[in-house]
Write a protein that binds this ligand. Sequence first.
Ligand code: NAD
Ligand code: 6OD
Length: 490
Amino acid sequence: MKHYRNFVNGQWVESPRTFEDISPVDGSVVATVHEADRELVDEAVKAGHRAVAGAWGQTTAAERVVFLRRIADEMDRRQADFLAAEMADTGKPLSMASVVDVPRGIANFRTFADILATAPLDGHRLDLSDGAYALNYAVRKPLGVVGVISPWNLPLLLLTWKVAPALACGNAVVVKPSEDTPGTATLLAEVMEAVGLPEGAFNLTHGFGPNSAGEFISSHPDISAITFTGESRTGTSIMHAAAEGVKPVSFELGGKNAAIIFADCDFDKMIDGMTRALFLNSGQVCLCSERVYVERPIFERFCDAIAERIKTLKIDWPQDPDTRMGPLISAKHRDKVLSYFEVARQEGATFVAGGGVPRFGDERDNGAWVEPTVITGLSDDARAVREEIFGPICHVSPFDSESEVIGRANDTRYGLAATIWTSNLGRAHRVSESMQVGISWVNTWFLRDLRTPFGGAGLSGIGREGGMHSLNFYSELTNVCIQIDQEEEG
Ligand code: NAD
Ligand code: 6OD
């Protein structure tokens, strides 16, 4: 049995209160996790401040580049451990974890090392203002101690996406992974220890949200900023807590993403891409499409083809290299997703595929599995079409014109992502730019360049991270303005 402990001020810390990390594959216990109490979170924040005032705060950008590269190398060396821990916590298949989660976790550190190494100097120029010459330059400084609160769906990828730029800018971090996925965050603390990161620069506290480590971090008066990925509702609670200290927040929240499929698309390529957009990670990627709009001439063909494709998705043990779909994260989340199947049924949906729970006849029947599901026939105001479900289910409906589909796709309070499938270049630009979202993909989905802005509009988030956008969030700029006299004194 594994024991996941907290990592504070460079020390491994147990706590009297523990909780169980449960496998969604079969309901077995993966690990016992030590839950941080308010005092331990406070100790982590103090350790972070000591680190920023001490050895970590004195590192140069070039030295931090070396640290980030060492972290990536050490993660590379321990890839098999990270894979095993991520799969044990989430049940996600090897076919995904080995090409998405773990490589991206490593790439997050390498990318921000490269960005920091090549970041331009800020505003270094001679200026003429109010008739006076002045030299203006901006000094980029860390914010202090950043609270990082992350979800369970892409645990390593999403945690490192925040930790790498926060450390790059010279901050200390206090991180809290989801209570459902404490494994890879614990391994990451081991990596920080192995590479000799100054103590207190990376602190890990395990626990839940309300009245636990999540709330203790977001309401802590000495946390300088909060970066959070999770549900929009949780974002509201965290924002209330952060408002108390007027703390900057960066939020990546929920979505109800649209896919728009025009009859002129490359049909086979679209079916491949849409299979990923609907069912990768069992639909538990915030960017997954849950609303699919198909131009009427190919509506029936799309429904038939996606139903056929679902039959080929192997739903099986995560370790099987051919498995394409694993369970949902937990029994609780499975029940939520199944409740939406029921809502859709009561709203009058037609089930084109799925709608139930797969049966294996072995211990997996204690796990959190559901079938990939496609429904049609609901109106745009149905709950199953408006509310984020976060599972392997989508609603498909036909459309007749570009302007109609743009209006319907944008008729949501969320604004995270869209995917548009067409071979018409003008339409690709028109439609993708008119989406009220943080990212519009054309003829692809979840293709990422880590230097580009990433985030959401509306209920889907606040701010953008990625490349220099991340460095701008995780640092404070002090502009220095020096007047240069034009005449020699005396
Ligand atoms: P969640 O909001 O329930 O939990 C996320 C984290 O917040 C967990 O660590 C949790 O313990 C903590 N938390 C919960 N309540 C808290 C509180 N009151 N104060 C402080 N911390 C608190 O989200 P989840 O169920 O883990 O993840 C799924 C959600 O995340 C979905 O809505 C999904 O769309 C969203 N998500 C968004 C993105 C994005 O990039 N926009 C990425 C991944 C997931
Ligand atoms: O790719 C990323 O940087 C990112 N933040 C992805 C989010 C996926 C949501 O589940």
